[in-house]
Design a protein around this ligand. Structure first.
Ligand code: CP
Length: 299
């Protein structure tokens, strides 16, 4: 039983196949491949894009959705465990999409569930379907995945989207430029992974001076919900704000991506710049998630 808990659960060939399928779904989104199937969406942590794009993907594929967007409305509030919740839902659904604040929760669920699990984000760990839509967005805008120069900006310590994306792009010979304050630097395990694969990376703390060579500027939010110390969050929350004028000396092909939601880190004056791509990126999530669901259900 295959689940998608980490992007490393997919081989490079699986990733390329997912992107091909996403492209086919974008051309023809109304394919009733999930007729008769029930998909559960269990969101133990807030979400707008991930949950709604999964539910759009399931609806477009003709499937039915059960689930919750607030665990307080479930028997978890009476003390039911994650194990019992997953065991129960696996009796009702053909596949479970799950977001949880604890790192490792989705892996644990995949070990006890008799139906596949898709990790829709587990704490600061992984967000593999975000990575599929990010790769799809990079491929669409740059015409290739190989050899991309990517600047990852902001909360690289707790940002599950950059962790998953780094692992995937390391298969495609990317050049990485990490732009973060020291407190939010890319964790050592990910830097060691790049070193073990002979992939180049740079680390900087200044934003404006270090985006001139980028094909992709991947902005991230400093996530208040990941900080144990509110004072530490206050110190770093507005450390980077991308303004329109900072894009003047960037490459003509550069695109700004952001998994969203944003708070202050991209100024609203960037939204109308053709280099901004974050809303289209979120739209691509529907096609990428259609592809992931069909691959896991072998449809
Ligand atoms: N990108 C992302 O995970 O957004 P949501 O938290 O709104 O799902």
């Amino acid at each position: 039983m295959q689940s998608l808990v980490s992007i490393t659960d997919f081989t490079k060939q699986d990733i390329l196949r997912a992107l091909e399928r996403a492209a086919a779904f974008e051309v023809n989104p109304h394919q009733p491949l999930l007729n008769g199937k029930v998909i559960a969406t269990l969101f133990f942590e807030p979400s707008t894009r991930t949950r709604l794009s999964f539910e759009t993907a399931i609806s477009r594929l003709g499937g039915r959705i059960i689930g919750f967007s607030d665990a307080r409305s479930t028997s978890i509030s009476k003390g039911e465990t994650l194990k019992d919740t997953i065991m129960m839902v696996a009796n009702y659904a053909d596949l479970i999409v799950m977001r949880h604040p604890l790192e490792g929760a989705a892996r644990y669920a995949s070990e006890i569930s008799r139906v596949p699990i898709i990790n829709a984000g587990d704490g600061a760990n992984q967000h593999p379907t975000q990575t599929l839509l990010d790769l799809y967005s990079i491929q669409k805008t740059q015409g290739k995945l190989n050899g991309i120069n990517i600047a990852m900006v902001g909360d690289l310590k707790y940002g599950r989207t950059v962790h998953s994306l780094l692992q995937a792009l390391s298969l495609f010979n990317a050049h990485f430029n990490f732009i973060a304050p020291q407190e939010l630097a890319m964790p050592q395990e990910y830097r060691l992974l790049l070193e073990s694969r002979g992939i180049a990376y740079e680390e900087h703390t200044d934003l404006a001076e270090n985006i001139g060579e980028a094909d992709i500027i991947y902005m991230t939010r400093v996530q208040r919900e990941r900080f144990l110390d509110p004072m530490e969050y206050e110190r770093v929350k507005n450390v980077y704000v991308l303004h329109n004028k900072m894009l003047n000396n960037t490459k003509p092909n550069v695109k700004i991506l952001h998994p969203l939601p944003r708070v202050n880190e991209i100024s609203a004056d960037v939204d109308s710049n053709p280099k901004a791509y974050y809303f289209e990126q979120a739209g691509n999530g529907v096609f990428a998630r259609m592809a992931a669901i069909c691959m896991l259900l072998r449809l």
